[in-house]
Design a protein around this ligand. Structure first.
Ligand code: DLL
Length: 433
């Protein structure tokens, strides 16, 4: 099975742009007439729905941010009466109230369609046995993947996150072929499998559909080797719909953004200016097929770039490169911008370490310091001190030469750093900025 919906996924560019134009016009009318907040914003900018007749006019519209959703907590940006909403999800912010998102019956159907497409993109078929180890609940990962896999007709194991040994037992007994979870949890599963003495050959696992947090290609190789699978990247965010905004195909060369539902733009995060095609910047998404909570030019905070050239898989939708990090995760250490993913990539490249790491930022006087905590293998840890010292020096040197900053590296015993069945917490910023 190559595509779930060939007609739309492989649509001719001109036809696709016309479809997007029509859907955008409808969406702008809907938010203007149904959401007072958007109407006020547009009126303040002197824009009426009639002014938006072409795709390029999108740039005239104001941005929406997480803050806007917070200010309208919980349901203020919904574009339909609450009686039309059949489900809510929420993303837990680091502080304060969560961001609440609502779906109509049609939205749930659209989301299931998008997740079915994503799963097929990742090689899933009706014959697949899909273990969904994303968390079920207010988080969109579990239920999003669940509805998509059911829509596709695969066999679904709705196990949710956690209970790692049991996950592995069921994976083996039920013959799971596709694993859906965060990449960091996939690694934790691999680690636990090794501890239990279970080899990848004893499982029927073929692929994994991993997302909800940034991960590098180096991390991908590590997961692929340790679990003996093909690992596919899936992207999404609750404010836009949840997982299924974009997904990689078998070529793993960028994630196809399902453009008949979403219009992506890349902007300069500081000025808000739209950047030329191919530039790296903040991804902004406008939903053009949502009823419950349409979002106009939603600032994702995620840093990436777009690729417009056609993909070998035949899908015509634009691709986004793997997310490098979030604008709010980017550390500025003594003036140098550092993304956790850059450090991850260096660590996995060097080897001898486990891909479990944490970055601790402190401020000593006026100076920011970055400490990198990395787990090493048990055998190395019990080895001569000299080998540990060599490894430490190598990491310090590599980070210095790639990123241009000096860091303090601390090698720690296996399993010292906290494991998560959801999103990993990579950064501990003690600076109180
Ligand atoms: O994480 C939705 C999701 C669930 C996506 C399962 C994929 C799989 P939120 O909790 O709202 O929604 O978090 C959204 O997570 O803005 C990114 O910063 C990050 N993120 C999601 N997918 C990826 C990915 C879900 N593939 C935020 N690569 C987004 C990098 C990702 N970051």
């Amino acid at each position: 099975m190559l595509y779930w919906n060939k007609r739309y996924e492989c649509m001719d560019r001109r036809e696709l742009d016309e479809l997007k134009r029509e859907k955008l016009i409808k969406t702008v009318c809907r938010v203007y007439h149904n959401v007072p907040y958007y109407r006020d914003l547009m009126q303040k900018k002197g824009i009426a729905p009639e002014d938006i007749t072409e795709l390029e006019h999108l740039q005239k519209l104001p941005f929406t941010t997480k803050q806007d959703l917070r200010e309208n907590y919980p349901f203020g940006l919904f574009a339909v009466p609450l009686s039309e909403i059949v489900r809510v999800h929420a993303s837990s912010g680091t502080t304060g109230k969560p961001t609440v998102v609502g779906y109509t019956r049609n939205d749930i159907a659209a989301w299931s369609e998008l997740m079915a497409r994503s799963l097929v993109c990742a090689g899933t078929t009706k014959q697949s046995i899909v273990q969904i180890a994303y968390g079920y609940g207010l988080f969109t990962g579990g239920l999003g993947a669940h509805y998509g896999a059911e829509r596709l007709g695969a066999l679904v194991i709705p196990i949710s996150g956690g209970n790692t040994k049991r996950q592995i037992m069921l994976m083996k007994d039920f013959g799971t072929t596709v694993l859906a979870c965060t990449p960091s949890y996939a690694l934790y599963l691999a680690e636990t499998m090794e501890e239990m003495g279970i080899k990848p050959e004893e499982l029927r696992l073929k692929s994994g559909i991993f997302g909800a947090e940034p991960w590098t290609d180096n991390m991908r190789r590590e997961i692929e080797t340790r679990l003996g699978i093909s690992a596919i990247d899936i992207y999404g965010l609750s404010e836009v719909i949840g997982p299924g905004v974009a997904c990689e195909c078998e070529y793993k060369d960028g994630l196809h953004i399902f453009e008949d539902y979403f219009i992506p733009e890349i902007i300069d995060p500081d000025t808000g200016e739209v950047l030329p095609s191919g530039s790296e910047g903040e991804l902004v998404i406008t939903t053009i097929d949502k009823e419950g909570l349409p979002v106009i030019r939603y600032r994702t905070n995620d840093i990436t770039s777009l690729k417009e050239e056609p993909c070998k898989c035949g899908r015509t939708h634009v691709r986004m490169n793997k997310v490098v990090g979030r604008t709010d995760d980017m550390l500025i250490i003594r003036g140098v911008n550092v993304f956790p993913s850059q450090i991850e990539s260096i660590l996995v490249d060097i080897g001898d370490t486990q891909p479990h790491y944490q970055l601790v930022v402190n401020r000593e006087g006026k100076l920011d310091t970055l400490q990198v905590l990395v787990e090493v293998s048990q055998s190395l840890f019990s080895d001569e001190v000299r080998r540990l010292e060599d490894l430490k020096r190598k990491i310090v040197h590599e980070i210095q030469s790639v990123l241009g900053i000096s860091v303090d590296v601390k090698l720690v015993e296996p399993k010292t750093l906290e494991r998560s069945s959801g999103k990993a917490k990579r950064v501990l910023d003690n600076r109180n900025l």
